[in-house]
Design a binder for this molecule. Structure first.
Ligand code: UDX
Length: 456
């Protein structure tokens, strides 16, 4: 370790957007910084702070700020638009008060690493003289598309059938994030993803939870305009060695993960025989889609472990759980433990960025069933560029039929194409590990960041 670092004890504040897919990678990155002798304080909103502060964050200090909805967070707001606006206003004031308080502490912070979804945190941090660091929880490819939308290089509503954008393969309209090709569908989320770039020019660093090799061309393009470094995959080192044993090693669970139940069930299944199915923490399937998926899984005659969140349980076909001896349906699971379990042979996924990076880093082949937002672009890259999965395409009614799901499972498990995909998955797994390991590109980037922090 260099001398300055010992003398200065850098202190980073980490501010994720309050959602599972944002908390996980930023908490994991916090642990990485702590390993490199950086003090970290996680900042979360009061409603979440009440539920997470006592769980598995022993090495990270936690402070809270208000988003204006201390009881219930986003779910207590009238709409996402109102939540976003309130969080921006109340959060800025509350973060200022916290920074004021911390500035008189023994080891005051010198840096704020904020989720790019919360750009106002950069202005607050700068007003206290802190180093301002944006953290991308989504892929660089997707962020480059949103950036070009922000800067109007991509005009909305979309008018072309294909787009050739810097560092990306040719993308059909439907391969662009859903907020673009279904312009107007979720105005609140659209504003959040595009507003990430309002003040990005003022950020001292931009850290992206990605692996350079995965998106090298688009990263090379972005580093010409931004101080961007890839630091991913932001997951525990043990995962990459398949040694993860305790769920508490990873991020936080906003729901009970049913760990023992899931692992016990997986333990007596043959190697590579189980299809793991999950659509992340936000989007839900329609009832029709849930039925098609249920029968696709059943007809595939494979074992399956399917996460159906509490809010979606009523969409299951009546009595379905009792009709199949081969499935286990849970409301949430310890995803990394499941993906690293040798019984798991493939993953039917919505292609959320965390799920994508996790599976890629563990070498599990994917069946891509994107629902919205960045997931469609990730699905395109999964199937056609990284070749670590197959795409389960929807029909004209936007439903992926049971037959398609069954065929995709068989394709991964039994076909020659499936063997090629498994080889490709292994290649990416090794690349992810070498980037993460000491001296790898992501590790060096983190090291470079920590050294800059120490000298700031
Ligand atoms: C959201 C968006 O949907 C996604 O497209 C975007 O890239 C990030 O924000 P989410 O839907 O939650 O994320 O999906 P994902 O990014 O995959 O994150 C889900 C996280 O929850 C993963 O870290 C996964 O390991 C974890 N998880 C999921 C569990 O621990 N248990 C589960 O049962 C399901």
């Amino acid at each position: 370790m260099n001398k300055e670092r010992i003398n200065h004890v850098p202190h980073c504040l980490i501010l994720p957007y309050p959602a599972q897919g944002h908390m996980n990678p930023m908490i994991q990155f916090s642990k990485r910084l702590i390993q490199k002798q950086v003090k970290v304080t996680l900042i979360t909103v009061t409603s979440l702070w009440k539920t997470i502060s006592h769980k598995n964050l022993s090495s990270i200090e936690v402070e809270s700020i208000s988003d204006g909805y201390d009881e219930g967070g986003l779910s207590a707001a009238e709409s996402l638009e109102i939540y976003k606006e309130t969080f921006w206003r109340v959060g800025s004031e509350s973060l200022s008060e916290l920074l004021q308080k911390l500035s008189t502490s023994e080891n005051p912070p010198n840096c704020v690493i904020f989720d790019a979804f919360l750009p106002w945190a950069l202005d607050v941090g700068k007003s206290f003289g802190l180093l301002g660091v944006a953290f991308f929880t989504q892929s660089c490819s997707v962020n480059s598309i949103y950036f070009q939308t922000h800067d109007k290089f991509i005009e909305l509503p979309l008018s072309k059938s294909e787009y050739l954008l810097p560092g990306l393969p040719i993308l059909a309209q439907q391969d662009l994030p859903s907020f673009l090709y279904k312009y107007g569908s979720y105005p609140g989320y659209f504003d959040i993803v595009v507003n990430q770039f309002n003040n990005i020019g003022k950020a001292d660093w931009i850290l992206a939870n990605s692996i350079y090799e995965l998106e090298n061309e688009v990263v090379d393009w972005l580093v010409k305009i931004w101080p961007l470094k890839t630091i991913g995959p932001s997951i525990p080192s043990m995962v990459l060695d398949k040694r993860l044993r305790e769920d508490k090693e990873y991020g936080i669970n906003l729901s009970d993960p049913n760990t023992e139940f899931c692992i016990k069930w997986l333990n007596d299944k043959p190697k590579g025989s189980v299809v793991y199915v999950s659509f992340g923490s936000m989007a839900g399937l329609s009832e029709d889609q849930t039925h098609e998926l249920a029968y696709g899984l059943k007809d595939s005659e494979s074992f399956y472990l399917w996460v159906v969140r509490d809010c979606d349980q009523t969409k299951l076909p009546k009595g379905f759980e009792n009709t199949s001896q081969k499935g286990l349906i849970v409301t949430w699971c310890p995803q990394l433990l499941v993906l690293t379990h040798e019984a798991v042979g493939c993953f039917v996924t919505h292609c959320g960025w965390n799920s994508t990076l996790e599976a890629l880093s563990i070498g599990v082949p994917l069946i891509a069933m994107p629902l919205w937002t960045d997931q469609v672009t990730n699905a395109k890259l999964i199937a056609d560029v990284w070749k670590i999965g197959v795409r389960a395409f929807a029909d004209e009614k936007e439903i992926v039929r049971s037959e398609t799901i069954k065929d995709c499972i068989k394709e991964i498990i039994e076909s020659e194409k499936g063997s090629q995909i498994k080889k490709s998955a292994l290649k990416w797994k090794n690349l992810a590990k070498s980037s993460f390991d000491e001296g790898g590109r992501s590790d060096k980037n983190i090291e470079e960041f920590v050294n800059a922090l120490a000298q700031f």
